[in-house]
Design a protein around this ligand. Sequence first.
Ligand code: PMP
Length: 357
Amino acid sequence: MAWNFAAGPARLPDAVLARAADELFMRGADGACASERPFTGDAFRAVLDRARSRLAQLLDLPANYRILFLAGGAMQQFSLVPMNLLGPVQRAAYADSGYWSRRAMAEAEKLAEVAVVARYPGEQPLAAPPTGRWTLPADCAYCHITPNETVDGIAYPDLPDTGAVPLVADATSSLLMAPLDVAKFGLLYASAQKNIGPAGLTVVIVREDLLERSPADLPAPFSYRRQADEGSCVNTPPMLAIHIAGLVFDWLAEQGGLAAMAAASRRKAESVYGAIDASAGFYRAPVLPGHRSPVNVCFHLAEPALTEVFIGEAEAAGLHHLRGHRQRGGLRASLYNAMPEEGAAALAGFMADFARR
Ligand code: PMP
């Protein structure tokens, strides 16, 4: 058995791959397969509506939120969020929790005055910024956080209180891994290639009143308001990715929804962190317990020269894509929803055996 621990694009559920092969690549009576039909036609509209309503069900979405299926990745949202949400204010608050929040901040700085409202310590043990009530500058359009830092393996244990300022979250590596109180957010976004489907699609969930902020002169495909008004079909949406996302949403519901995903995620994380913590310092996790990402498990070998040996032997044992992010080195095992518990157990078993040898 071969297991893919990539941080994303990540594994899709086997059942989804099988259904996608049946549903997407067979021509129907009209001579077209799913990606060849008009995006304005009934067939694709049904796919889009079903994906939207399934996602709303999974998230128990309050009625005053809208789901957008947009082309591109989360990095586009680093710019589209300020372009749509700043309004006349031109100031936004950002929390620095590591690699991806800094990249979001760097893009926002091109468009807005950015106030850094919380920082992570940056030295080990790594941790998310302290939460509680954050003091935000006056006239702040929104406050941006990255609840799970994919590169650093840091997760916020709880959410900050930003008062009346809408909380915006880059939920790329956390959405759909656990139940979420959407009402605590003004806007959430996540690119698809971790837990939703193939790359090329980003899901944006936005509170309806914030749509009024999109300036009238924004390019139409970039305008949350226009995309909401036109059902994510201002222009041709990423049809295949949306279709597969719909199959993933069906699969999640069949597995018992997000509560079941959270329980499985806890067990997978416990198994891999357990192997680290039981190794008497052979493996080291740089993140403080309690702030450790349940999904991106980052660790090092106390003897760094063994890292390449570990990677080589792990691959020979069917455990792939364990190399840490190029900026951070070390090792990283990503345990998204489609990673079965058997895969996490196989990794934990290999780690214990490697350490013993
Ligand atoms: N934010 C986070 C938290 C991520 O993990 C990633 C991708 N690894 C991105 C943003 C960038 O996503 P994309 O490549 O889809 O633009």
